[in-house]
Structures are given as C-alpha cells and as structure tokens.
Design a protein. Structure first.
Length: 737
C-alpha cells in the first residue's frame, strides 16, 4: 500500500479523514475519482481502491452523494444545515439547527471564529467510533453583531482586547491608532474590522467606546449591556424629540374620553419604581335589581403611550429597536426617553393622565357582568408601594398565602388604614379571580427572585429572595384579566369569521420527554405526576405536585426540573393560547411604558374600535419575532447583572463555609446555592478529586465510579467559597470537610 512521507502507511482511517476534509471544505463541489486521487496524492492502485471503497461506505452512511459511477459530492441534504452558533466559555460550542433538532458540538478548531448568535452553515463530520456527533462551520451566513466587549491590554507596539471568557483562541489585536485613548485595564467596546480568513489567523479590531476602568460599577454594568449589543445611553435626537412633546391635556381631549378623575384610583408598584404604567379604580355602582348584591366597577387604567408616541416617529423607531426596558440590579434602561416614561406617561399621583382602560362590572364573586374598553382620563389619588398595601391588608386580618380575604369590618372593628376599604375589596375580588384561574387549569409557579440591597456606589450589601405576596398578586390578577379580556375581544369570533390581526402572548404545552423526566425524577422522592391525559389533568397534577413539595428540602429541585419542561412564552399573531395561564386568548396590553408589544396592541385596538381594517399579519409577525428576541436578550443581560453582583457580594467571603443545596448539575460541575444568601456557585468536577464521576443526565445526578458517591439535584451540601472571579462572573466552591 502507498506511503505517507516518512514511510508511514496510509490506513483506512487516514484515507477516510482525508476524504472527509476534502468534501467538507468544498461542500458545493462534485469530485471525479481522478480529481480526488490527484488532490489527496493517492498514487498507488491499492490506495485508489481503498478510497473508492471508503467513498462507497460514506455514501451508504449518507455522508456523500453519488453523482455518477465515478464521482461524488457532499450530501447537502443530510450533511449541510443552517442554524445558529452558540459560543460557550467552556469551549463546548454548539450548533443549533433551524429545524429545532438537538444542538451539535462544534470544536473551536472547526468554528471559523463564529460568534455567539451568528447564523452559520455547518457540515456534519463523519461519526468517529465512540465519539459524539460533531459539526464543522463551513460558512458564516450572517454575523449576529460585530462588536465585542473586553479588557484592554496595551503594550509597547500593540494593544489587545482580552475577552472575559477568553472567547477566542487568540486575543483581538488593536492597532495603536485605533485605541481611542484606551489604557490597560480599561473596559472597551471594540468593532471587528477584520475577521480571520485563509491568509490571516488574527482578529483585528478598532475601539468604539471606552466604558471605564475594569471593576468600576458603571463600566461593568455598561459592559454587560454592550456585550449583548444593548444600548447603554439614549440617542440625543430621541431625547430632544421627547422634550418637544406637548404634555398639556386640552379640554377637547378630555371631552373625547371617559372621565374617571373623581373615582378612587391608585397605583401599586415596587417602592423604587418611577414608571407607573397601570392604575386601578374601584367604586360601587347602583344595581337596579337588588340592593343586597352590590356591583363593583373596577377600572384597569393603562398609560396611553400611543397617544404621545406616534407610529414611525423617531421615538417610536427607538422604542421598537429596544422593544423592552431592561432591569439590571442597580438601574433601569428604559425603552422610552425619561421624560415620557417617568413624567408624561407615568400615572403619577394628583396629576391628570390619559389612559386606555378596561372597565369591568363585577359582583362580589368577581363574576364579570359586563365590560368595555375606553380611552379615559384619570387622576390617581395615591401611589402605593407593594409593602404599604401588604401592611394594610395584614393590619386588617389578611394572612398572607392563605388565599383568604380580610374579615368584614364592623362598627366595633372598622378597617384601619388609608383607603383600606377599597384596597381590601380589590384584594377580595383578586382572590376570587385567582381561585377561578387555578380551578380552570392555570399552572402554579410562585418562583422566588434573588434581589440585592446596594449602597450608593452600587456595591451589594444584602442578598435576599423576594416572594410574591397578596399585594403583588392583587395587581397581577387584574392585569391578567385585562390582558385576557382584550385578547378575547379580537380573537374570539363567530364561526366562519376571520379574526383581525393581533400580537398574542402564546405559551406552548410542555415538552413530553421533559415531563417524563420530571415524572421519573419526582418518583425518587415519593411523588407522582401525570404526563399524559388532558391538558387540564396534567396541570392539576403539576399543581398538586407543587403544593405537596412546598416547604420540603426538595422543593427547589422539583420546581427547577418542572420549569425546564415548560416552553418559553413568546409573541405571535398565530394564536395557540397560553398553556401556563390556561387562557385560550392572551396578549400584553398592560405595560406599554416598558414593553413595545403592548404599544402595538393599543394601536391596533384603537384602530379596530374606530372601524379600521385588519392589519398585515406577516408584518406584525415579524414585529412579534423581534420583540420575543429582544425580551430573551434583555433577560440574559439581567441575569448577568445578578451574577456579577452575586460574585461581588461574595468576594470578601472567600474561605467561609455555608449550608447549601445542589441547584444544578452538568458534566463539568455541580452548581450549589447557599441557603442563607441564595448565591450560586460551581464546584468543578475535577475538584471532587477522590473519584472519577459520571454525569447521569436522566436522573439529575453525578455518580462516582469507584466509591459510588452520589450528588443529586436538591441534595443538601456543605460548601466552602474558593474563588470569586468578577471578570468571568463566576463563583467557585469546594465541598467543605
């Protein structure tokens, strides 16, 4: 048989690899035997025969396509796919195919320096024995973005951008003239001006913006935003346009609207909120039939943003591009300029404001007798923080979490607190709505959220979990009701009538395989959950599981696995209903100051109220996709800001030991959450030095081969804080002795 240089014989494996490389690097070419022999320097008869046999096998495996008796090409149908590239700090990059198939591993050497989120074309590599499936990037179809955030390292002749996770094999080179005054350890945003190609291996960039010194709070928060290509400052032209808006409400405008200025109205929001986009009003209205059964008029009043922000205006275009406000730990990056979101549109107390309102008439059982949609003018009597309303409810006998309203007031024991009667009535009605919603199959997920108290420099001084109490749920129920009602008013039509276009908030049914994983997982703790049957039966079973697990050691683990089975909610004009809420029709109408879909919904409802034709479905579907994407990106940035503050909070606690529980497992480590502070870190597998551990993905555990030590999701574990790497936003723990 033929030989390689240096006298080594070429075997079947080497010939196979040579052929694989040739076809993968030329995915559109058809090669004749003659061209193949020449390209691979196969100059002996046995070698040529071996190549022909190997190609036969590759065609049999669908890796190659036979074009004629003596020519082959790469099988594009099964071997070349388009999708999204996902870059990981661990080097475990992956390709996510468009058809929603399983992500496939892409080694760094086969990535063509693709960035996270890039649209790429890959070809699948011939599967090596006992190896996972791998893909190779053969073309970058579209760059997700061309700016990168990192830390500058300025040397005598050259400068470099060091990325937080050492994202690339090589640092990014920055010519001195492109530094924009940047110095070593400055956080910078860099635009790529040259990507690697056949001739150049290096990535070359130019500094766009210097964010500040590494470790400085402002610089770090701006870096998180810039890393996701999110804006960290407001364009001057948009601010100027907002300044020119006339905020006066004319008598003519008031005359066109329903007037709620004399009805008790209040806003209930987080204590640090400035953008109040929803208010509630309540009054008892005279019921002609019987004085024994009162009828309550409850108004859900939403800031009329679309009155001020005109479609196609410079403010509108900026709001659409952002699509959402972003809530980092220490700041809000608003969707609208500050003059609009905190002043003109914000439903501030004792100021006349324009709203778009859903007005309900309901009895004591919260049965809706009638409702209507109207443009209104309101004057909020009081701005409450959630904590204030909660206090009023508890002072009048409400026990949080029981679902029971306050006992009736008596002459001897009247209700205590400002506007207590109205707030207690709203709470009682909300509790009826909530009970009915769960009875109808809504999924019960009350997830806690990690919050920080921070000092004036942005440094976290306390970490705690924020739970949703009665006051939060009061607002939530009326917002859900308004969103559901307006969605039904457009979506629910008579048979044979085509519904007009509306962006819906849709949520698909859980992934059946993940539900099955949940069933097997909870069985270990002695719980049962249905994975088949009607939608209602599955939900009922899920809710029973959540209730049974409440307060137990394994609660967090069970909730985590159950959440993984759930699909992500998104926006679409193609309505499939909302599984989690068990609503056939649901939209977002109640937060136009901070969400663009709500503004779109306001505009369409106004248009349809005025007798307008149905909007273009395809155009609005495109808008919905953009809003869903931006929501996901801003959630990632919000998570990163929490991670950063978590590491910063724990940075002076190295060496401390804590009780924790296992909150996540991967093939490379155990995630543990500290019970006291709720901060999460990772114990790298290689730090469990006493054994070789296998990751059992199906059973959510890691098992030692020799000693059979098990680490399972939800298990208690004593940890010691080992490292706090702010740049990587990474906490490392070790198992405490």
């Amino acid at each position: 048989m033929g030989k390689k240089k240096g006298g080594k014989r070429l075997g079947k494996k080497q010939v196979s690899e040579l052929l694989q490389n040739l076809f993968q690097h030329n995915p559109n070419e058809t090669f004749s035997f003659k061209q193949i022999f020449k390209a691979l320097k196969l100059d002996t008869h046995p070698l040529k025969m071996l190549a022909i046999d190997t190609m036969e096998e590759m065609a049999w495996d669908d890796f190659l396509s036979k074009v004629s008796d003596n020519s082959y090409r790469l099988n594009m149908k099964t071997q070349v796919q388009e999708g999204v590239f996902r870059r990981k700090a661990t080097g475990r990059n992956s390709f996510v195919p468009d058809d929603g198939g399983t992500p496939v591993f892409v080694a760094e050497r086969n990535s063509m320096s693709a960035m996270d989120g890039d649209r790429v074309k890959v070809s699948y590599m011939a599967r090596r024995d006992k190896h996972i499936k791998e893909a190779m990037v053969i073309e970058i179809v579209k760059r997700a973005h061309d700016t990168i955030v990192g830390r500058l390292r300025v040397e005598k002749d050259m400068a470099f951008l060091v990325t937080p996770e050492n994202t690339f094999v090589h640092d990014i080179i920055i010519p001195k003239r492109k530094l924009k005054g940047g110095k070593t350890d400055d956080k910078a945003v860099v635009k790529i001006i040259q990507w690697p190609d056949a001739e150049h291996k290096n990535i070359i960039g130019s500094v766009v913006d210097i964010l500040g010194k590494t470790g400085d709070n402002n610089a770090e928060m701006h870096a998180i935003l810039a890393q996701y290509n999110l804006p960290y400052k407001y364009p001057k032209a948009v601010e100027d346009a907002a300044e020119k808006i006339d905020a006066t409400i004319t008598p003519q405008e008031i005359a066109r609207r329903e007037d709620f200025r004399d009805v008790f109205t209040c806003t209930i929001d987080p204590k640090d909120a400035k953008d109040f986009d929803d208010a509630l009003s309540i009054r008892e209205i005279v019921n002609g039939k019987s004085s024994n059964s009162p009828i309550w008029e409850v108004g859900v009043h939403i800031a009329d943003v679309s009155h001020y922000v005109k479609e196609g205006s410079v403010i509108d275009k900026e709001a659409y591009a952002r699509a959402t406000s972003i809530y980092l730990v220490d700041r809000t990056i608003p969707m609208l300029p500050e003059r609009l979101c905190n002043f003109i549109c914000s439903l501030r107390p004792d100021e006349e404001k324009l709203c778009y309102s859903v007005i309900f008439e309901m009895d004591d059982e919260a049965n809706i007798k009638k409702w209507h949609l109207a443009h209104t003018v309101i004057r909020s009597n009081r701005r409450y923080a959630y904590e204030e309303v909660q206090q009023i409810l508890e002072d009048n006998g409400v026990k949080d979490g029981t679902g029971e309203p306050a006992p009736p007031a008596t002459k001897k024991n009247p209700y205590k607190g400002e506007n207590a009667t109205e707030l207690i009535k709203l709470d009682a009605l909300a509790k009826k709505l909530r009970a009915a919603r769960f009875k109808n199959g809504s999924v019960k997920f009350d997830r806690e959220e990690l919050h920080f108290d921070i000092d004036e420099t942005g440094k976290p001084i306390r970490a705690y979990f924020k739970t949703s109490k009665d006051a939060n749920k009061l607002i939530e129920e009326f917002m859900l009701l308004a969103n559901k009602t307006v969605a039904e008013s457009i979506g629910r039509v008579k048979k044979g009538v085509k519904a007009k276009t509306l962006p819906y908030r849709i949520h698909d049914q859980p992934d059946p395989q993940k539900l099955e994983n949940l069933r097997q997982f909870v069985a270990k703790f002695g719980y049962k959950v249905k994975t088949s049957g009607t939608k209602g039966a599955i939900t009922k079973s899920l809710n029973a599981l959540m209730s049974d697990a409440e307060g137990t050691r394994e609660q967090n683990a069970i909730e985590t696995v159950a959440l993984r089975a759930m699909m992500k909610a998104k926006y679409s004009v193609h309505n499939i209903g909302h599984y989690g809420l068990a609503f056939d029709y649901y939209t977002h109408f109640t937060s136009p100051i901070r969400r663009f879909p709500d503004t779109m919904v306001h505009r369409l409802l106004t248009r349809y109220q005025e007798g307008g034709r149905s909007a273009n479905k395809d155009k609005y579907e495109e808008y919905c996709e953009h809003c869903s994407d931006m929501e996901q990106i801003s959630q990632n940035a919000e998570r990163d800001s929490i991670k950063y503050k978590m590491v910063e909070f724990m940075a002076d606690k190295i060496g401390n030991t804590y009780d924790a529980h296992i909150s996540g497992l991967t093939s490379y480590g155990i995630y543990a959450q500290i019970d006291e502070t709720h901060c999460e870190g990772m114990i790298p597998i290689h730090d469990l030095g006493d054994d070789y551990y296998d990751f059992d993905e199906k059973n959510f555990m890691i098992v030692g081969r020799r000693h059979h030590t098990k680490y399972q999701l939800g298990d208690p574990i004593r940890i010691q804080v080992a490292r706090a790497n702010l740049e990587r936003k990474q906490l490392d723990f070790t198992v405490a002795e």
